[in-house]
Write a protein that binds this ligand. Structure first.
Ligand SMILES: NC(=O)C1=CN([C@@H]2O[C@H](COP(=O)(O)OP(=O)(O)OC[C@H]3O[C@@H](n4cnc5c(N)ncnc54)[C@H](OP(=O)(O)O)[C@@H]3O)[C@@H](O)[C@H]2O)C=CC1
Ligand SMILES: O=C(O)[C@@H]1CCC=N1
Length: 280
């Protein structure tokens, strides 16, 4: 059981997905989770009623009772948040950021000397405790705090400790990834529906197919290539489907999606640094 007190700064869709998974896991008492935002009291009431966590507007938060702050606002708000936190927290408290494109050094440079920070990248499947989450500690973060953060994140799915240089591509694969699969499903539904099947059944069929394939990859000792070849009978339906996919640039499209998201993640950090230089 996690003993630390956690405060979310931000109560949007990503925060909610994480809160839902954490509370559901039972690994941390709901009363040890505090959720804040700047002004939307209705949203805080909604979160409190749904999950039994404590909520408060961020200006009324008792910062000294918090062990780990989870930053869950939009990247554009990061400078204001760090400027504010600098005067409110001590080096033994930890900042855990889920913001896309914000590096540990970016945060460290704008906080007090040797502030402990951790950069993480979860996804919205946190809601069902099925996130693929990356974690990457800053240079001053103590190992015992990394362990607690990891335990907390394990309550919402699988955790991968990665080098920061891989955070952008991880974001392109796993942070944004659920959206690619939803897009795939939208197109599956569209096509099946045009052929006369009803959308509700199609959703179940498509999702079960996706789930089955995911489980095969996680639970069987075969590569995706071997698994694909096992489905593909010579001159059969799969061969025809894969050929059409190949002709339409399916593989390239997936690769471009990951590269596009990763490059946007890099660009977002550069944009913020540019903003800062411009503001001087
Ligand atoms: N959505 C996703 O799939 C994923 C998102 N992320 C990251 O999660 C972050 C949040 O995204 P998302 O949940 O979609 O964003 P939302 O816009 O839904 O939520 C942002 C929240 O931050 C609050 N907020 C803004 N400034 C502050 C502040 N200074 N202190 C406290 N709260 C504040 C806002 O409320 P108010 O205006 O009242 O302050 C709002 O509750 C982003 O940085 C994104 O990169 C990471 C992985 C996946
Ligand atoms: O779209 C975004 O920027 C965020 C980060 C990863 C998923 N959603």
């Amino acid at each position: 059981m996690i003993k630390q007190t956690i405060a979310f700064l931000g109560a949007g869709s990503m925060a909610e997905a994480m809160i839902s998974g954490m509370v559901e896991s039972g690994n941390i008492p709901a009363q040890q989770i505090i959720v804040t935002n700047r002004q939307n009291q209705d949203r805080l009431n909604e979160i409190q009623n749904k999950y039994g966590v404590r909520t408060v507007l961020k200006d009324d938060l008792n910062y000294s009772e918090v062990d780990q702050f989870i930053l869950a606002m939009k990247p554009k708000d990061i400078d204001a948040v760090l400027e504010d936190l600098k005067y409110k927290i001590t080096p033994n408290q930890v900042l855990v950021s889920v913001l896309a494109g914000i590096s540990t050094s970016y945060m460290e440079e704008r906080l007090n000397d040797k502030q402990q920070v951790i950069r993480v990248m979860p996804n919205t499947s946190s809601m069902l405790r099925e996130s693929a989450t990356a974690i990457c500690p800053g240079q001053y973060t103590q190992m015992d705090n990394v362990i607690v953060a990891k335990e907390l994140l394990q309550s919402i799915g699988k955790v991968f400790v990665i080098d920061e240089e891989n955070m952008d591509v991880f974001t392109g694969i796993a942070g944004s990834g659920p959206a690619y699969f939803y897009y795939l499903m939208e197109n599956i539904e569209e096509t099946g529906n045009a052929e006369g099947m009803d959308r509700e059944t199609l959703r179940e069929i498509g999702a079960q197919t996706l789930l089955g394939a995911a489980k095969m990859m996680l639970e069987r000792d075969e590569s995706p290539t071997e698994l694909r070849e096992n489905v593909t009978s010579p001159n059969g339906t799969t061969a025809a489907g894969l050929e059409a996919l190949h002709q339409s640039g399916g593989g390239e499209a997936i690769s471009d999606a990951i590269k596009g998201a990763a490059s946007r993640s890099k660009e977002m950090s550069k944009e913020l640094e540019g903003l800062l230089v411009g503001s001087k």
